[in-house]
Design a protein around this ligand. Structure first.
Ligand SMILES: Cc1cc2nc3c(=O)[nH]c(=O)nc-3n(C[C@H](O)[C@H](O)[C@H](O)COP(=O)(O)O)c2cc1C
Length: 206
């Protein structure tokens, strides 16, 4: 745990693509690394969380903050959730936003909104801010197959500086469980954020 290092702030958006487990595991790993996490969960993501996990997280941002803060009280970091139209959230402005934002998983809908500057909810606005301020923006996209518009949106966003990291785990770490596959993707995101992770050994390390 990096308690001695300066606390890093990260905006984590979880959107309604399958694989919300990636986002929830990433949250835990960020908090374990003493990050301050501004958490944004889309309406569709709440539904996917209900379908794909045993969880039903509160839709209300304050209740969500309370529940997650209690759950992760043993970890060094801090989490604060924000509502979909909380325009006073730090992530909504270039003067307040964290230096890094991750959308994990990133739906085709949110990908499209980011590629076109839609900014109709806090997740889209926060991504827009990250792009205009030239801050780190990591998009863990999840769709298959991909049509031309998905691919064009990814190319446009990559050209604007976003990092497109499709949720496609490798197998060279010989995964034994679904958790191992999730950790592969989360480990690569942590690496990009410059944060320590012991989830998967780096290539060339034993
Ligand atoms: C169980 C479930 C799984 C879904 N999986 C995906 C997916 O993998 N990729 C995707 O782009 N959309 C997926 N969707 C559809 C999105 O949730 C939908 O397009 C939504 O409008 C996205 O909104 P958001 O980007 O604000 O979260 C899924 C929906 C449900 C209910």
């Amino acid at each position: 745990m990096s308690t001695d290092k300066q606390q890093k702030r990260v905006t984590l958006a979880i959107t309604g693509a399958t694989g919300v487990q990636y986002g929830l595991r990433l949250l835990e790993c960020l908090l374990a690394q003493n990050c301050a996490v501004d958490l944004l969960i889309s309406k569709a993501a709440h539904l996917v969380i209900e379908v794909e996990t045993p969880e039903k997280l509160p839709a209300n941002a304050d209740k969500l903050t309370e529940q997650l803060s209690e759950r992760y009280a043993h970890l060094a970091g801090k989490v604060k959730a924000y509502g979909r139209e909380d325009w006073f959230a730090p992530a909504a402005s270039g003067s307040g936003a964290a230096s890094s934002m991750v959308v994990c998983p990133c739906s085709g809908g949110t990908l499209s909104a980011l590629a076109t500057g839609a900014s109709n909810n806090l997740i889209e606005r926060a991504g827009d801010v990250a792009l205009k301020e030239k801050r780190q923006l990591i998009l863990v996209t999840r769709e298959m197959p991909l049509h031309q518009v998905h691919l064009e949106h990814m190319l446009k966003l990559a050209q604007m500086g976003a990092v497109i990291m499709p949720a496609s785990p490798g197998f060279y770490h010989q995964p034994k469980s679904v958790e191992d596959l999730i950790d592969f993707v989360v480990a690569r995101v942590m690496d990009h954020l410059g944060l320590d992770q012991q989830l998967v050994a780096k290539w060339g390390e034993s």
